[in-house]
Design a protein around this ligand. Structure first.
Ligand code: G6P
Length: 591
């Protein structure tokens, strides 16, 4: 979702901001804007749609500016609504990430004071509130603080100030991070935006104001205006590789990387896991939580904790915590799954659970994220940057970590490591051109179908759900994942001649049920596809079969991979934008 970028240094700001915004594209956006200070003027270019590969830089020279990618919430996708927004006297511009939840009340109040609005975006309210402060004789910096304090919701604002040739920013909820280089400062929603320029970062916390002037930054606490010495806390970023390599799309690259990332995510030693294991052993209740794909990771990890570790673990969706809140106590452990560490629903849930005193253990992929700072303990997924909006490698990294934890709880840390490394080498030989061709051929047969059903049971139930999510995200086709047991209770009414049904089948206690379920839909004319262990390749109930990489205990991982590949090839056949599907954002930083 919305991305913020700011730069002050020696180089061409328009070009650096353009590069920074390009790297924020993966978060999802529908319009963009860049403002720079050119001599005695702020110049702004903005447009709807995607940022062009080049911007007309000839007319723009500057070493200071800000940029924004907007994901529309309040107000349609128009050039006027795109950020940054000018003050009336054109002495400053503001861009914002987040949603001003009390926008209407503030707008009405300002309108009653004769302020006129040109747009229907909430950001304009912030501009007017700052102008109101200035009108009262308060300087821009302090007017910004006082305006910001009136905003409800998770917001981060960035201001380009013409008079003092500086950038100001305040953070509350929506992510913000500083990049530091000799005489240059970068400010962005995430470090991917500037890591081609610098790998030194400074974290920014909620309730902090950043002032950047002439290549130097200062941080203040907005509650008491006190200077915070953060310069001493410069950190180094982990390697971030955003090269597509030999792949046409990030998605395919990220799918293939899973052979390594499941090992990276679990390269922790038993000693490093010990604090979490101790907490889990002493916990009264264990909860797992996440949203979207991370929500299905949470489901799968709770499954492992129950099935392998015999712990009573409950999975919660980040946006449905209401009924659990009164149950959570300081004796509980919450395992949080989040690629970005910035998902608004997840952060809000964790803040509430923290108030109840629960121990928060997070599994995060993005360095420097908010979640890492509010957790009692966090583990990095180390999957490297995941650029495709549809999550693939981070999902399997998260569940690999959950599996390792579950096995460690029963004293089988070494066995888990062995299983992970055996799957990793089996995956290496799984990703062949021939296999890709076979899966592409099956995907091509599905192009004209609209409604699809995926059935799973036991260790494959949540994989049916994640598989369906993966395919609908990029193909825009209607896929639904169900527990096979649900079939007779309603789903079967939807099956007609030619309905595609995918059954996930492993050589486990549920295999017979999966075969019967598949025969039941076949008898009603369904086109049946099996995904699973090779042993079932010749089962008569399947019209097509996709075998998976061999593993004893990590079938959830090997079984999800064909779904990722079907999703990729189906979207390719349909001509969809694979890495940036319509309407979706990678990092859902607003509620
Ligand atoms: C969005 C993304 C998903 C992701 C979910 C949660 O919906 O498109 O890929 O699973 O947000 O994000 P998180 O960063 O918390 O894992």
């Amino acid at each position: 979702m919305c991305g913020i970028f700011g730069y002050i240094g020696q180089d061409s700001a328009p070009s650096i901001i353009h590069k920074g915004l390009k790297r924020l594209e993966y978060r999802g956006y529908d319009s963009w804007g860049i403002s720079i200070i050119d001599k005695d003027k702020i110049r702004t270019i903005k447009d709807v749609g995607h940022l062009p590969e080049e911007i007309a830089q000839k007319k723009l020279f500057s070493t200071i500016g800000i940029g924004h990618t907007r994901w529309a919430t309040h107000g349609g996708i128009t050039v006027t609504n795109a950020h940054p927004h000018f003050s009336k006297d054109r002495s400053f511009v503001i861009a914002q990430n987040g949603i001003v939840e009390n926008y209407l009340e503030l707008k009405e109040e300002l309108e009653s004071k004769e302020y006129e609005f040109e747009t229907n975006v909430d950001t304009e309210v912030i501009v007017k509130l700052v102008e109101e402060g200035i009108k009262k004789g308060i300087n821009l910096r302090n007017s910004l603080i006082s305006a910001f304090k009136q905003l409800e919701g998770r917001n981060t604002v960035i201001v380009l100030d013409l008079k003092d040739k500086r950038i100001l920013a305040i953070r509350n909820g929506s992510p913000l991070i500083l990049g530091i280089k000799k005489d240059e400062i970068f400010l962005a929603s995430d470090p991917l935006a500037f890591n081609q320029f610098t790998t030194e970062i400074v974290e920014v916390n909620n309730g902090e104001l950043i002032e950047i002037e002439k290549g130097k930054f200062k941080i203040f606490d907005i509650d008491n205006n006190k200077y915070i010495d953060r310069e001493s806390k410069i950190e180094k970023l982990l390697d971030i590789d955003i090269d597509k390599g030999k792949y046409a799309h990030y998605m395919l690259k990220e799918i293939v990387q899973q052979q390594h990332t499941i090992l990276k995510a679990t390269e922790y030693t038993e000693k490093e896991l010990k604090p979490l294991i101790k907490q889990l052993n002493n916990a009264e209740n264990i909860y797992t939580i996440g949203a979207g794909t991370a929500g299905f990771s949470a489901d799968q990890i709770a499954y492992y904790l129950r099935k392998i570790s015999k712990k009573s673990a409950i999975s919660i969706k980040s946006y449905e915590t209401e009924s659990y809140l009164d149950l959570i106590t300081s004796k509980d452990v919450v395992i949080v799954l989040s690629q970005s560490g910035e998902t608004a629903d997840t952060l809000e849930a964790i803040e509430l659970f923290k108030e109840k005193g629960a121990y928060i253990a997070s599994v995060i992929n993005m360095p420097g994220s908010t979640l890492s700072r509010i957790s009692d303990i966090f583990f990095m997924s180390k999957a490297g940057s995941e650029i495709c909006v549809a999550s693939t490698k981070v999902f399997t990294s998260q569940i690999s970590f959950g599996y390792l934890i579950s096995k460690t709880l029963i004293g089988e840390f070494n066995e888990a490591k062995k299983e992970l490394s055996s799957l990793s080498s089996n995956l290496e030989s799984y990703f062949t051109k021939e296999r890709f061709k076979d899966i592409e051929n099956i995907a091509n047969k599905l192009v004209n179908k609209e409604h699809f059903f995926i059935l799973g049971k036991g260790q494959n139930f949540h994989i049916a759900q994640e598989g369906a999510l993966k395919i609908k995200e990029i193909s825009y086709k209607h896929f639904e994942g169900f527990a096979a047991g649900e079939l007779k209770h309603g789903v079967i009414a939807l099956i007609e001649k030619g309905s595609p049904v995918i059954s996930i089948i492993s050589n486990d206690m549920n295999r017979k049920d999966m075969i019967s379920a598949t025969y039941e839909v076949k008898a009603r004319g369904a086109l049946t596809i099996g995904i699973g262990d090779m042993d079932f390749e010749n089962e008569k109930c399947f019209d097509y079969f996709i075998d998976v990489a061999k593993t004893e205990e990590l079938k959830a991982i090997s079984n999800v991979i064909p779904f990722q590949l079907i999703s990729y090839f189906l979207a390719k056949a349909l001509g969809n934008n694979i890495d940036k599907p319509r309407n979706l954002a990678k990092s859902v930083t607003v509620k």
